[in-house]
Write a protein that binds this ligand. Sequence first.
Ligand SMILES: [Zn+2]
Length: 388
Amino acid sequence: MSTATACQHRHRFGREISGAAADFVIAALRRTYAVEDLALTGRDLCATIGEPVAADAFAGLMRRLEFVTGKMTDRTLYENRPGRAAPPDPFAALVARRDVQPIGPGMFVLQGEFLRLQRHFDEHWRAIALRLGAVEQDNPAVWPVELYRKIDYFADFPHQVILAAPVKPHHADRAAVASAYARREDYAAVATDHLAPSTFGLQSAVCDTCYFALQGARDHHDTLYTTRNKVFRNECSETGSLDRLTSFTVRDIMFVGSERYVLAQREAMLEQAVAFLDHLDLDATIAAANDPFFTGDAMIKTVYQNAADLKQELLVTLPFNGREMAIGSVNLHQDFFGRCFDIAQPDGRPVWSGCLGIGFERLIYAIYAQYGLDTAAWPAHLREILES
Ligand SMILES: [Zn+2]
């Protein structure tokens, strides 16, 4: 057998895979294997993968993906197509005027008008939450490993995990790291046995710590919470732009309590999301999501997620390339966190929960992408934000 690292895999689906289904298949493959090259045209898929993959494992994955995409629906809850002219991609100009300063893949320092807009929209959603009586929270932006374990995160989302570890607490380890990674050395990554095992990681969502902190609660009453922080994903944009970030800012409004309360709050949050997009008059939709999980046992969860409408995404258009980008979502977890963290309602049943989340970097990027960089030409309701 050859030791070549690249191997070629072909598959012919039973039907044409296009549009959202094709995007899903491609994303799922990329999240599962070290894909180097991938083409999907009509029924035919051709993949070059930079690691050995058994043919039957690959064929099995293709069968599951075909099944899942057959179940995908395209249910749209809200649609607004204002039909404005398409300005050019604002990214380079935002960088040139230093509102957006790239410091690494998917990492940006923000300032100026961009940051003012971010603050404004965060305050907008915070005010909605507080008006509805939400308990405001701050969270540490890191998850203890116990949290990951209890929600089986490593099994479902290994591709998104970013763990952190300190240097081992012995002089020899500290001295070895100090010497190997001194400024005079040339390195772009740190890989060493002198790091201690990870006991925490960077959070990939802002709301999980709220439920984790409720562990063991016996009589949790219907409650709204809100929090804002950075979240972290092991990904970045293919073009180095703001469409996909390693670290970004999210405001969540979480609702925890009885099934009836949570379903009612979910509807109320969807209404808030519609009002928000409508007020901004963005080219946007709200639609049921098909999240590409790592394709282990989680495969079936995607089908289920769509079937039960567990996740509605706020999707905005980037007119310069015609692509849709999610700027937020309204999620229904049912009693998932209630069971994982043993949180009980007064009647003893596990609590239900759900959340609305808005990501600000993408939202503001979309506003510039749709309205252009010349804020003097923006409609009055948007200009007012900057004047306030
Ligand atoms: Zn959330």
